[in-house]
Design a protein around this ligand. Structure first.
Ligand SMILES: [Zn+2]
Length: 428
């Protein structure tokens, strides 16, 4: 397990630029390669980190891929409501809202997926009676009661795509990332919403993770619209998927994220653990803005011991919030705004002020980045901050060795494309 102290001593501007630059981090990190001037001040817009957990929603844990059933989560036990509580526990401990990318076929109490034979291994004979039981309401209650620390994200119905009892990858796009026919995609999104309604879990979510990471950026062969455009029409603003397996990845405009019909599409990069690893305390370092995992990675073979694994993730992730170059996003919407600022908004320290330039952020074809942002400042001594161009909503500070680290939550004022934050030594 990593110790918090090691992270702090490693988090120099230089180390930060090297460790995260390769992940396509914005030019702010390049500026940070400059060491802080003696007795000076350094400032940057930290890269937000968002936790995304795939394949939540299965009740069976069985990897059924050998017999033309879904991979599911590939573990030797069924899932239980405690597995949903593990997600909430992670969110509460870190003050974040993890995304649960959810598969819903085993929540279908009305067998409505009979009408979509390509969506499950049983086709038109779909029968989910095996998974009707009190655990559904118990888990739904966990999700509904803990909205602040649980974000339901669209993943899929059956995860793959079946033809005559045999599957291909995957539900929303084929092996090459080419979108499935539009009518099918629309029908699957309708069904996702309908199954959520069976359990009073709200309308269609605003975020999406493609199953098996098969996805195309923009339009794919023979399709008049892109997946993102269909999602945007239903209020989705954000897609998270690894760019390594995404069709048209070369068209991404901003390195770690691209805009596809106004939908922010973010690179997931590589996960720290394999998809079916369970009961292992995680280790390693994140290299980009997404902390991607699969549901078993957060769990223990004995559900009563899930907390031991959750604690491991808390220990791994918490230090990123203390670093000057990273932060934990409180939720996926803040994540989108902060990522836009991290990549597009420039900061310059000059004299007794920090200059922020929002022009590039405001040129994005989406409202992302018009609201609030987080700025981190390192000072050789205690500082006070003022601005007449942005609201300074909250300020947190923490001493690290001889330095003081500040976290400033800034609220933009409409129409101002630049802002100045002044600093002055705190009067003794
Ligand atoms: Zn999946």
């Amino acid at each position: 397990m990593m110790h918090r102290r090691e992270f702090i001593s490693d988090a120099t501007w230089l180390a930060a630029g090297v460790a995260l630059g390769a992940a396509g981090a914005g030019r702010v990190l390049a500026e940070e390669k400059k060491p802080m001037p003696r007795d000076g001040v350094a400032a940057g817009i930290p890269m937000p980190l968002q936790v995304v957990i795939d394949d939540v929603g299965w009740w069976s844990g069985e990897d059924g891929s050998e017999r033309q059933e879904p991979y599911r989560t590939g573990i030797d036990r069924r899932h239980v409501p405690a597995d949903y509580r593990a997600i909430v526990e992670l969110g509460r401990a870190l003050g974040i809202r993890p995304q649960a990318a959810t598969v819903l076929c085993e929540w279908d109490t009305e067998n409505l997926l009979r009408a979509l034979p390509e969506s499950t291994w049983m086709g038109a004979e779909w029968d989910n009676s095996r998974w009707r039981g009190p655990w559904l309401e118990e888990a739904a209650d966990v999700i509904r009661q803990n909205e602040a620390h649980y974000e339901l994200t669209i993943h899929g119905l059956g995860h793959e795509h079946w033809t005559n009892g045999r599957y291909t990858r995957a539900e929303w796009a084929d092996e090459n990332g080419r979108m499935r026919p539009r009518e099918q995609v629309e029908a699957h999104l309708d069904a996702f919403e309908a199954i959520l309604a069976q359990h009073h879990l709200g309308g269609l979510p605003r975020s999406f993770v493609p199953t098996a990471f098969r996805h195309g950026f923009g339009r794919t062969e023979g399709r008049a619209v892109s997946m993102a455009e269909l999602l945007a029409q239903r209020g989705v603003t954000y897609v998270n998927t690894p760019f390594g397996s995404m069709a048209n990845a070369d068209d991404v405009q901003r390195g770690v994220f691209g805009l596809d019909s106004g939908v922010m599409t973010v690179d997931r990069g590589d996960d720290l653990l394999d998809w079916d690893v369970i009961g292992q305390v995680p280790s390693g370092a994140l290299t980009g803005p997404t902390c991607g995992l699969h549901w078993p990675n957060l769990l223990h073979p004995d559900p009563e011991r899930n907390s031991e694994i959750v604690a491991g993730w808390v220990a791994l992730l918490a230090p990123y919030d203390d670093r000057t170059d990273t932060m934990l996003a409180p939720d996926s919407l803040s994540f989108q705004h902060q990522l836009a600022h991290h990549v597009c908004t420039s900061t310059t320290v000059s004299g007794n002020s920090i200059e922020l330039d929002f022009r590039e952020t405001d040129s994005l074809p989406t409202p992302t980045g018009r609201g609030t942002l987080t700025l981190k400042v390192r000072g050789a001594s205690a500082l006070d901050f003022t601005s007449d161009a942005v609201g300074i909503a909250t300020t947190a500070s923490r001493r690290a060795g001889d330095e003081v680290l500040y976290t400033l939550r800034l609220e933009r004022r409409p129409g101002l494309e630049r802002a100045r934050v002044r600093f002055a030594p705190t009067p003794a």
